[in-house]
Design a binder for this molecule. Sequence first.
Ligand code: PHE
Length: 439
Amino acid sequence: MKAVKLEDKRPTWTSKYAFIITAIGSAVGLGNIWRFPYVMGQNGGAIFLAVYILIISTICFIPLINELYIGKLTKKECVGAYESINPKFKYLGVLNPITGVLISAFYFIVGGWIINYILKSLINNDVIDYGQYFSEFIQSPLYPCLLTVLFLFICVFITARGIKKGIEITNKILMPLLAIILLFLVIISINLPEANKGLEYMFKPDFSKLNSHMILAALGQAFFTLSIGMGALLTYGSYIKEDKNLVKSTYTIILSDTTFAILAGIMIFPAVFSFGMEPNSGAGLVFVTLPKIFSQIPCGNIIAFAFFILLFCAAVTSGISIVEGPCATLVERFKISRVKACSILFCIISLLAIPATLSFGILSDLTIFGQTIFDFLDFLTSNIMLPVNTLFLCLISGWYLKINGVNIINNKIFALLFDIGLKFAVPTALIALVYMGLK
Ligand code: PHE
């Protein structure tokens, strides 16, 4: 394996627990609670879940541990990490913070919607048609923009406070809170009448629904939910002081992320079936279907409040990891303070996020390759940039750095499988993913 230049005097996590909980915080986000249930709903339920579990525990393990390992090895932010492998790779490294900025522009819009629903659940006003309410809200010119910027401010503020006092503490508080609320809502949901129909939908596979499109949807969802491909985890990995068992940490992240996604499904589908609603209503599942259900159950307002706080916790802990990648790059490349870096990011992301927010309303006619700004940013980052960045990093590790599985994994057979996966299987899967995305 080639040698890389190391750097010291950087912040580090206070403990291994702190690293794992922040990495889980990055992974568990809107991808688990908002995206996973609706992608599963659109792709046949249980059979999607089976394929997803298979993919996330095998193929995804490789790029995830690879990203953490490169961060831990180089002890640098993304651009520096790529540069220390070979100065020419610096330009590939730059794609990571750029992806981070572009992802935040659409991710934080959904964060703004969540704040709206939290406030709404406190006010207790009656809505007759939730579909209409949601579309009127996202189309209005000012309020969603203000909420997007507010959500961005919260994430940037926490990131600016630093690794220990900002990111670590927030995750240590919000992640247990998220788990408690989720369990509380799961218990309520599975006790609803006819909840078993929802559980059946989640756990009884219908093999006739198995197809290549669904497999790629599962692959894309797995990469997105694990936060692979924009340097967030590489940067988190670079703050690891000592972790002799990265394999165990990686599996803990995957297992926790999958558990949260499955629990989110168990929270949502029994309720959806119990009220005779459609499980495949897409992105509106959480913002239209669920509020409709909350309005029909006793103490619905409290439950709605708890649910949107849950989403908020998930979105914030992921949001700060999205900001941390570009923030670390600005701090370490330009030798500026975190506060300055975060202020710059706040301005840049706002400039991108505001037009994207308006793309549901007054800017809906402005399209890029036939898509609104919001849809284009989602498509560009999730379908193209995340897999492409991951592809580059796997190729660099496998073919240029020639990382040996035995250096990371303590078992010869698994190490060999890792080597093959890193060099062949994962790049092939990623190319298929990008190809399908472009089709
Ligand atoms: N994993 C996060 C989620 O599931 C999203 C994310 C993607 C965060 C990429 C960081 C990097 O919501």
